[in-house]
Ligand binder design. Structure first.
Ligand code: SF4
Length: 358
């Protein structure tokens, strides 16, 4: 697993954003490595000297980081050359999804200013994720971040994960701003049956409120991705959900059907939530057929290719971020390893031994 947080020592008074360099740089935002020994790196920049441990210098070159002196840590917020960078803007959420991978916390530390500075330093043209918790609990701050970044960096793109509970008619003017053409909103919808969706997200009325938000997003011309995690409780409703999406939500750019991640709440609920698609794919296959027939672009996320028929491998995306992606030993014999999502680092280990190299 690629470490995203490393130990650091700095005398700075408050957290700061900088880009790490192993070669000299005259950019004010950069901190250059001036000494390295045994995984101890000394950087120098406008915030003074700071030491980072636990990594080789070249592995960090170009990373945009937040150094937090009070917590003796450096966070690799936007890693150089990585297509999978997300800003976790809050850990608060107003839903409590049964399979939440990042169980919410009550406290919120506002770091929007730091995240904005980090985004402004990003490599040209990349997509930056915004995630939580629920980012739109701080909707004005999210809108401000996007506005500020796009004023000088219209080349960037954002993908924002949201539970879709907080969009209002008054947001239409903001959402219609051309800057939002570079923003895709990723929104979970777990069933076409309101009670099933509400039960999964543990919030009564969430399905109806989500559809109200979808109306506003549709009216604003927003770009949308719908996301559905496969669970035992919604497996049978996939064909119905496909009809619902193709019927009234067909304007979405993509429907992402996602295999479960064994982390957060799921760790203790794996046996009652997980669907082994090698044995139970009929409902998903039917949903993919319906979506394809009606022109809704649908994809399978987090599903190893050898868990799928040859035909359905066409829907699979190599979706697991590099820093948490893992393969079984036998995967090294597989001709599809470069296209395969593999498994999450924390997937039950026995599954890694049950692969069938292609
Ligand atoms: S054998 Fe490994 S690399 Fe090949 S499809 Fe299965 S999980 Fe993916």
């Amino acid at each position: 697993m690629i470490p995203l947080t490393l130990p650091a020592l700095s005398d700075a008074e408050k957290p700061f954003v900088t880009r790490l360099r192993i070669v000299p740089s005259d950019q004010e935002s950069d901190s250059c490595c001036i000494e390295q020994a045994e995984n101890q790196l000394l950087f120098s920049g406008e915030h003074g000297l700071f030491q980072v441990s636990g990594s080789k210098a070249d592995a960090l070159d170009g990373d945009i980081v937040i150094v937090t002196p009070a917590e003796n840590k450096v966070e690799r917020i936007i890693r150089s050359g990585s297509a999978q960078n997300s800003l976790l803007v809050t850990e608060r959420c107003d839903q409590l999804c049964v399979m939440c991978s990042q169980p919410p916390k009550k406290t919120h530390f506002d770091r929007f200013e730091l995240f904005t500075q980090a985004a402004l330093l990003a490599e040209n043209g990349i997509t930056i994720g915004i995630t939580g918790g629920e980012p739109t609990l701080y909707k004005d701050s999210v809108f401000n971040l996007i506005r500020t970044v796009f004023e000088t960096r219209p080349d960037l793109n954002f993908h924002i994960l949201t539970n879709g509970q907080h969009f209002q008619e008054s947001d239409l003017e903001t959402l219609r701003n051309p800057w939002f053409r570079n923003v895709v909103w990723g929104i979970p919808l777990y069933s076409h049956i309101a009670e099933t969706h509400d039960e999964i997200v543990a919030k009564k009325g969430a399905f109806d409120r989500l559809h109200e938000s979808l109306n506003y997003l549709l009216l604003s011309g927003a770009r949308l991705e719908l996301r559905t995690v496969i669970l035992q409780s919604n497996l049978d409703s996939f064909p119905g959900l496909a009809k619902h999406i193709t019927g009234i939500l067909h304007f979405v750019e993509q429907w992402s059907i996602m295999q479960l991640e064994n982390i957060g709440f799921t760790r203790n609920r794996w046996d009652s939530l997980y669907v082994d698609l090698r044995n139970d794919f009929k409902s998903i296959a039917s949903a993919l057929d319906i979506a394809t027939l009606f022109g809704v672009n649908s994809k399978l996320f987090n599903v190893p290719l050898c868990h799928l028929s040859e035909f359905h491998r066409n829907f699979a995306v190599n979706s697991i971020s590099d820093w948490k992606q893992r393969f079984g030993e036998r995967c090294s014999m597989c001709s599809k390893i470069d296209d395969c999502s593999g498994f999450f680092e924390w997937h039950p280990p026995e599954f890694l031994e049950q692969v069938t190299p292609i």
